[in-house]
Design a binder for this molecule. Structure first.
Ligand SMILES: NC(=O)c1ccc[n+]([C@@H]2O[C@H](COP(=O)([O-])OP(=O)(O)OC[C@H]3O[C@@H](n4cnc5c(N)ncnc54)[C@H](OP(=O)(O)O)[C@@H]3O)[C@@H](O)[C@H]2O)c1
Length: 281
C-alpha cells in the first residue's frame, strides 16, 4: 500500500506506511507514475482539494489502475439534498465526471470505479455536534419531530466496505454502493445521550426543517471563519438527510448493499454509548 500526499502536508503518518509526496498542485504526470503498478486508487480529498479530483481520475486511467474509489464517502445526492447541501452538489458533479469517463472507455477496459455512500461518519458527527445535540449544554434542536430516519456509518463499517470493494472487484463495477452501520434518528440519538449523560435538565427545542435550512444557509453564507462554516455545513448535511426527498434511509429506499458487501450492522446504542464515553461526555 502506498499513501500519496502533497509535498507541503504537515500530517504525521504512522511510520509503517509507505508515503510518497507529489507537488502541491498534484501534477498528472507525477500522479500517473505514483499510481502505476497499483491495482486500486482510493481518493480521499477534502473540499479544498476537490478541484484536483478529475485530474486524479484521469491519472488513474492513464496509469492502468483497475479500480478507482472516488472521493465521495457521504450521503445521497437527490435533487432535494443537492438543493440544501453544497457538498452533495459538489459530490454529484464528481460522480458525474467519473461515470462519464467510465462510459467513454471501451467495455473491455480494465478501469472501473465504485463510489461509496456511507451517510454521516458517526464518530465525527458525535464529536462535532452535527446531530444538533450538545451533551455539554444539555441542549438539543430536533428538526420537525426528530423521528425522520437516516443511515449512518462508523469508521469500522466504512473500512469493511472499502475492503469488500477491493476484494471483489467484479461485484460493484461502475456503481454507487450504499452501506451503513444502522438507521437512526435525532430522537433515538437523544434518548441515548440521556442514558449516558442523565435524563434531567435537557432543553429540547422543536423547529421545522424549512426554518433550519433557511437559517443554516444564511449562517454558511455569512461564516467568517472555518469553524462557523463547518458548523453551518454540518447542520445543512443533517437537514439534507431528513428533509422531504432526502432519501437518506438506505434500507427504506432499497439501496443498502450491506448484505452484498458483507458489511455488518451495529447496535446504535452500544456504539454511541462507547463513543460518547470515549470523549468523556
Ligand atoms: N460522511 C461524512 O460525515 C464525512 C465527513 C468528513 C469527510 N467526509 C469525506 O471523507 C473524505 C475525506 O475528507 P476529509 O475532510 O477528512 O479530508 P482531509 O483529511 O482533511 O484531507 C484529505 C486530503 O486532502 C488534502 N488537502 C486538504 N486541503 C487541501 C488543499 N487546499 N489543496 C490540496 N490538497 C488539500 C489533504 O492534504 P494535507 O494533509 O496536506 O492537508 C489530505 O491529503 C472526503 O471524501 C469527504 O467528503 C465525509
Amino acid at each position: 500500500m502506498l499513501l500519496i500526499t502533497r509535498r507541503s502536508s504537515t500530517f504525521e503518518f504512522p511510520v509503517s506506511i509507505n508515503v510518497i509526496r507529489v507537488d502541491d498542485d498534484y501534477p498528472k504526470a507525477q500522479l500517473t507514475s505514483a499510481f502505476a503498478a497499483h491495482d486500486a486508487v482510493i481518493l480521499s480529498l477534502n473540499t479544498a482539494a476537490e478541484k484536483h479530483h478529475n485530474a486524479m481520475v484521469d491519472a488513474s486511467i492513464a496509469a492502468g489502475v483497475h479500480r478507482l474509489i472516488p472521493s465521495v464517502f457521504g450521503g445521497r445526492h437527490t435533487p432535494a439534498a443537492q438543493a440544501i447541501f453544497p457538498v452533495a452538489r459538489a459530490k454529484a458533479q464528481l460522480l458525474s465526471y467519473v461515470a462519464s469517463r467510465a462510459a467513454q472507455l471501451a467495455p473491455a477496459s480494465p478501469w472501473s470505479y465504485t463510489a461509496l455512500c456511507t451517510g454521516p461518519f458517526h464518530e465525527l458527527s458525535l464529536r462535532a455536534g452535527f446531530y444538533d445535540i450538545s451533551p455539554q449544554t444539555k441542549r438539543a434542536t430536533l428538526w420537525d419531530d426528530g423521528t425522520t430516519p437516516f443511515s449512518v456509518s462508523t469508521y469500522a463499517a466504512i473500512s469493511q466496505a472499502v475492503l469488500a470493494i477491493l476484494r471483489a472487484p467484479d461485484e460493484a463495477r461502475n456503481q454507487i454502493v450504499y452501506v451503513s452501520s444502522f438507521v437512526t434518528s435525532q430522537a433515538k440519538l437523544l434518548s441515548i445521550y440521556k442514558d449516558v449523560c442523565g435524563a434531567e435538565g435537557w432543553n429540547v427545542e422543536y423547529k421545522s426543517c424549512e426554518e433550519g435550512i433557511a437559517s443554516a444557509k444564511e449562517d454558511y453564507a455569512m461564516a467568517r471563519d472555518r469553524m462557523s462554516g463547518m458548523r453551518a455545513l454540518g447542520r445543512l448535511a443533517l437537514l439534507s438527510s431528513i428533509t422531504k426527498g432526502g432519501g437518506a434511509d438506505f434500507d427504506a429506499e432499497g439501496l443498502s448493499c450491506n448484505a452484498r458487501l458483507g458489511v455488518e450492522g451495529e447496535d446504535v446504542k452500544v456504539v454511541t454509548r462507547a463513543v460518547l464515553q470515549s470523549y468523556n461526555v
